[in-house]
Design a protein around this ligand. Structure first.
Ligand code: RB5
Length: 153
């Protein structure tokens, strides 16, 4: 895996994503990625918006350029994270969309579901995402239009 964007990733999960989050964090560390793990740290039931907010705030504060959120489906995490201006959270279940979400959408948070993808699939998704680079150009223009939507909402 080549990490083009950063060597630092903030990761978090709710109880549904707890085990897969730990496995992905270990996988990233084995690839020499600097991982900041914001929890959860047990399988006790928690609320995914709290973790989506923690990671989103830290990304926006510049503590790391990229974050990963895991819940049961990835959907709740992505909905919550995308409430923050400047967060572009992509929920995906295969590596092509993960790659495109960086190259075309400049996604800064990756979301996936532990009840949707298994560990091998999650690894391919994470590899594709971290290995891709935003292409700019016409895609930058489209991101500016998203920014304008954020400003009027
Ligand atoms: C928790 O049961 C589940 O609702 C949550 O992990 C997530 O899938 C929500 O989108």
């Amino acid at each position: 895996m080549s990490v083009n964007v950063s060597n630092k990733v903030i990761i978090a999960a709710d109880h549904a994503g707890y085990e897969l989050k730990n496995e992905i964090a270990d996988y990233l560390r084995s690839k020499k990625v600097d991982v900041i793990d914001l929890g959860t740290h047990s399988s006790d039931s928690v609320d995914y918006p709290d973790y989506a907010a923690d990671v989103s705030k830290k990304i926006l504060a510049g503590e790391a350029p990229l974050g990963i959120l895991v819940c049961g489906t990835g959907v709740g995490m992505s909905i919550a994270a995308n409430k923050f201006d400047g967060i572009r959270a992509a929920v995906v279940s295969e590596s092509f969309s993960a790659q495109m979400s960086r190259e075309h959408n400049n996604s800064n948070i990756l979301c996936f579901g532990s009840r949707v993808v298994d560990l091998p699939k999650a690894k391919t998704i994470v590899d594709a995402w971290l290995g891709a680079t935003f292409q700019g150009g016409r895609h930058e223009n489209r991101l500016q239009k998203i920014k304008k939507i954020e400003e009027i909402c």
